[in-house]
Design a protein around this ligand. Structure first.
Ligand code: FAD
Length: 401
């Protein structure tokens, strides 16, 4: 756990661990307020699409995995399916449709069709220990890591490619996990891809360990051993939580003017909208101070466009693999966070300042992308806070030993 104390520059970014830590309390407190507001708390998604990659995705029968929807009448009218289905018919032309979902060429994820899916109140669904584990959960993670095999191959951009059959020997997966590579020397883009995924995995593990159910006492609380085992004993996993946080902050910083001009129309009450904007402005300010990620160093060399298309295809597949997660709560947060990270990647790697200009491109992002982006940043900020708690717990345990 001593490894959990990180100092110095965060690789591939222009930021230090200390800088992120120095703002995280303020960031966390503002984001906690923000995600409680009506605009950011309701997420619409189809949670029950078929897993496109294997027939039996298992299901978690533990009550901890179950989830309830919210009645659409609780959601501000502007965001209800009946209203949304009337919006923006022109954007359909540039979309690649698949049953229940679609993507546009610029997207790094599959988005749900706005007219499908239920609303979930994210505030009522903490990301914590659910009991979902075993070979079903591991198969999902394994498939996600296998998407990290870039081959500069012929791309099929119209349809999600099934991930490579889940047949790599464990020893090879281990190498992929440890090095983030599959044996060969890897380009920067592949390393970034691996960091994004491993950071997400580490953040989810941190939440699980921080809100852990002690099966013998029935009590919830932090489980230091779980955190050491899953995260702290692999310092690079912890580093990638910081890495993802910087990447998300950079996206929010670049999206600042767009977010400031966005129509939140949260509840029809003017004071709610004013509060949304005020809190958001504080988050954007922090993001502009700390989100120092230089996206221009990626996708530059020979074959840059091919590598970028591969990156996008792989990341889109990750968002589809979420349909194979056999626990409702985990699937919901999996979808929110892969959409949030995909939105950040789109902002950084697809959209220039002109595209991000709210006056010329007001319909650039869907509500689900904006909601996912901010809730994902919140989750990572919460993970960093949990890491602080674990460091404290470690000190106390060490002192008592
Ligand atoms: P896993 O976490 O399943 O990891 C599998 C293997 O991957 C490990 O053996 C290790 O070799 C490697 N690995 C682990 N972490 C990393 C990393 N950061 N980077 C690189 N390699 C790594 N469970 C819950 O209780 N609550 C949730 O909210 C929840 N959400 C989930 C969301 C998704 C999208 C998925 C796929 C699973 C989710 N799970 C959740 C299950 C959880 O992530 C674990 O799979 C489960 O707790 C079993 O853990 P494990 O120790 O077997 O290792």
């Amino acid at each position: 756990c001593q490894n959990a104390q990180l100092t110095g520059p965060i690789e591939t970014t222009m930021c230090n661990y200390e800088t992120v830590e120095s703002v995280n309390d303020e960031l966390f407190s503002n984001l906690s307020e923000l995600v409680r507001l009506p605009f950011f708390r309701y997420f619409q998604v189809d949670l029950y699409r078929e897993c496109p990659f294997w027939p039996d995705h298992g299901s978690c029968s533990d009550p901890g995995c179950a989830i309830t929807t919210v009645d659409e009448s609780d959601v501000p009218e502007k965001w209800r399916a009946s209203t949304l289905s009337k919006v923006d018919p022109s954007s359909r032309d540039t979309r690649h449709e698949l049953p229940g979902c679609y993507y546009r060429d610029s997207d790094f994820c599959f988005l749900d069709d706005n007219t499908e899916g239920d609303y979930y109140d994210l505030q009522l669904v903490p990301e914590r220990y659910t009991g979902y584990s075993g070979k079903d959960a591991q198969r999902v993670w394994r498939s996600i890591y296998e998407e990290n095999c870039f081959g500069l191959s012929e791309l099929n951009l119209m349809n999600a490619k099934a991930p490579a059959p889940v047949s790599l020997p464990d020893s090879m997966i281990q190498v992929m996990h440890e090095d983030g590579v599959d044996g060969e020397s890897q380009c920067l883009e592949k390393r970034v891809y691996y960091k994004v995924i491993s950071g997400l995995h580490a953040s989810i593990s941190t939440h699980i360990c921080h809100e852990y159910l002690n099966q013998s006492t029935g009590e919830w609380g932090p489980n230091l051993e779980c955190f050491i085992w899953r995260v702290a004993s692999h310092p690079e996993r912890l580093q990638y939580i910081y890495f993802d946080t910087i990447l998300l902050l950079r996206a929010v910083a670049r999206l600042g003017p767009y977010l400031s001009a966005y129509d939140y129309c949260s509840s029809g009450k003017h004071e709610d909208d004013a509060e949304t904007l005020e809190t958001l402005t504080k988050v954007i300010r922090i993001a502009q101070e700390v989100g120092k990620f230089d996206e221009t160093v990626l996708f530059r060399g020979e074959n840059a466009n091919i590598v970028k298309e591969e990156f996008k295809t792989h990341f889109r597949n990750v968002t589809r693999i979420m349909d194979c997660v056999g626990c409702d709560k985990c699937r919901l947060w999996g979808k929110v966070q892969t959409t949030g990270l995909a939105t950040a990647l789109k902002i950084l790697f697809e959209l220039d300042e002109k595209a991000l200009d709210p006056s010329s491109n007001s319909g650039l992002l869907h509500r689900s992308e904006v909601v996912a982006l901010m809730n994902t940043l919140f989750r990572f900020s919460e993970s960093l806070k949990a890491v602080d708690d674990f460091r404290q717990l470690w000190k106390e345990t060490d002192a008592n030993a």
